[in-house]
Ligand binder design. Sequence first.
Ligand code: NAX
Length: 331
Amino acid sequence: MTPAPLRVAVTGAAGQIGYALLPRIASGQMFGPDQPVILHLIEIPNEKAMAALGGVAMELEDCAFPLLQDMLCTSDINAGFKDVDWALLVGSKPRGPGMERNDLIKENGPIFVGQGKAINDHASSDCRTVVVGNPCNTNCLIAMHNAPDLPDANFSAMTRLDENRAKAQLAAKAGTHHTAVANMTIWGNHSATQFPDFENARIDGRPGREAIADVVWLETPFIKTVQQRGAAIIKARGLSSAFSAANALIDHVRDLREKTPDADWHSVAVCSDGSYGVPSGLISSFPVRADGKGGWAIVPDLPVSDFARERIDASVAELQQERSVIQELLG
Ligand code: NAX
């Protein structure tokens, strides 16, 4: 029997990531080949954005995807989040010329207050929300606080692109395929302070420090490359990562729904329960395993070296600083 369609909201649906993401959701790559979907495409109430969204909707129609049951294009967030099972918050304002990170946080914060409230009041009672729009950890924190009727566990922010980037770098250095890299944790913030944990990663089954003898490379260029990969792509392309970000969101949602193999885990920014010394309530990236029934847990008891501790603490300090900038938006 065909399952009932899932309603999936995507904000920023006329943006770059939206353009790369929507055909993949509609063709079954996020929710599986038998799962029909109804897309709620949300944009800002601006003539140009809504016209572009109309074009995206025409292209989706022209794909005649068997799993796409219906579509709604709107700039009304209450209608946009009505009864949705998943809210994928991709849209946010880009950083303008001369704008500091704190300015961006203050500029984007209110968007996630409104969206959190609309999800709280209109989405399905079990709606799951994923934040991609930057600064995604702190935006997720704001949305979660403004949706008090939904469990905190239903909110996450995306560090899967960083995980995938780290795996690709380690595999290239080790001379193996990226599918041979597992247990890759990104700790902390989706920002230039994140710590890609090569120590607990396994490359062809061996810990990173054993599989790659070049310690200097692991401790400096590797970490920097992963932290700065987004900036390197902007420099090369003149535009930020788009299809790799959409691909990571497909991976993120699929792997939160499916059971994670016992020996592996993925990086997900979730609400801290105090694990690994990360203050409770911050949205920080951890190693996470999903149970295949909608639940997930932070993988416990991984060794954290002094080298790792220093870097995790620096990223967490940045998250605390970001929280202090938007404290008044947390209700
Ligand atoms: P674009 O500028 O191409 O598109 C963003 C779209 O969002 C625009 O169409 C805009 O009209 C819309 N938008 C803005 N405010 C909105 C609101 N309040 N409601 C609904 N729509 C709204 O950006 P794109 O390249 O698609 O990137 C989107 C976001 O993803 C950015 O914040 C970007 O920084 C972030 N990223 C996050 C990544 C991650 O790993 N977490 C990686 C990729 C990307 O940099």
